[in-house]
Write a protein that binds this ligand. Structure first.
Ligand SMILES: CC(C)(COP(=O)(O)OP(=O)(O)OC[C@H]1O[C@@H](n2cnc3c(N)ncnc32)[C@H](O)[C@@H]1OP(=O)(O)O)[C@@H](O)C(=O)NCCC(=O)NCCS
Length: 168
């Protein structure tokens, strides 16, 4: 597959509705068939409201980006710095909290470009490492991260609705 260069655009509050729609769409698309409908709905009701997305966009330590290919938004990335990180809150680190590419655009290296972009951002900010959490059963993402040099260093529980899951 020939890689196509995506444009990476930093989001502002004006992008909240488009980001909300994409966040919900990708979350259900990739995880609904692997989880109970009640758990998906319970999580989505809290995580994917316009108010929540707006407050995340307003957080100066969280940065969102769209990947745009031929004028179409094909994915998004959320990076957290300092106190916005969901764990550790190490000022020398950046967390990739969300990285999603629409299924019809997988394996075109958009995900790879998001990782490259994060590495450059980390270098500009003189950070020492990049970390993320991934569900232990998300084999595709695990393969993707391994390929990009990530290693498992810890694990914790993640609650999806009423379901306790292990994230590493
Ligand atoms: C993980 C993700 C962002 C990668 O995006 P992408 O644009 O497809 O990634 P790239 O094209 O740069 O790299 C593809 C790599 O992912 C892995 N991959 C892609 N499709 C795969 C599949 N069907 N099975 C296993 N690994 C696969 C491979 O390592 C592949 O490398 P290759 O193309 O050289 O074989 C994307 O798969 C995605 O959005 N997944 C669903 C959401 C998700 O799980 N996000 C992470 C949450 S922690």
């Amino acid at each position: 597959m020939v890689a196509e260069t995506v444009t990476i655009k930093k989001l502002t509050l004006a992008d909240a509705e488009e980001l909300l729609a994409l966040s919900k769409k990708t979350f259900f698309y990739f995880f609904a068939h692997l989880n109970k409908a009640d758990d998906m709905e319970a999580y989505s009701t809290i995580a994917f409201t316009l108010q929540k997305i707006q407050s995340e966009l307003n957080n100066p330590n969280s940065h969102f980006f769209f990947a745009i290919l031929n004028d179409e938004v094909i994915g998004y990335l959320k990076l957290n710095y300092g106190p916005a990180q969901t764990e550790f809150q190490d000022i020398n680190a950046v967390e990739i909290e969300r990285i999603y590419v629409l299924a019809e655009h997988h394996s075109k290296k958009a995900g790879h470009q998001f990782i490259d972009f994060t590495i450059k951002e980390a270098a500009i900010k003189k950070l020492q490492y990049i970390w993320l959490g991934v569900w232990e059963h998300n084999q595709k993402a695990l393969a993707f991260y391994k390929k990009h040099g990530f290693e498992v260093f810890s694990s914790h529980e993640f609650i999806l609705g009423s379901d306790k899951q292990t994230v590493c």
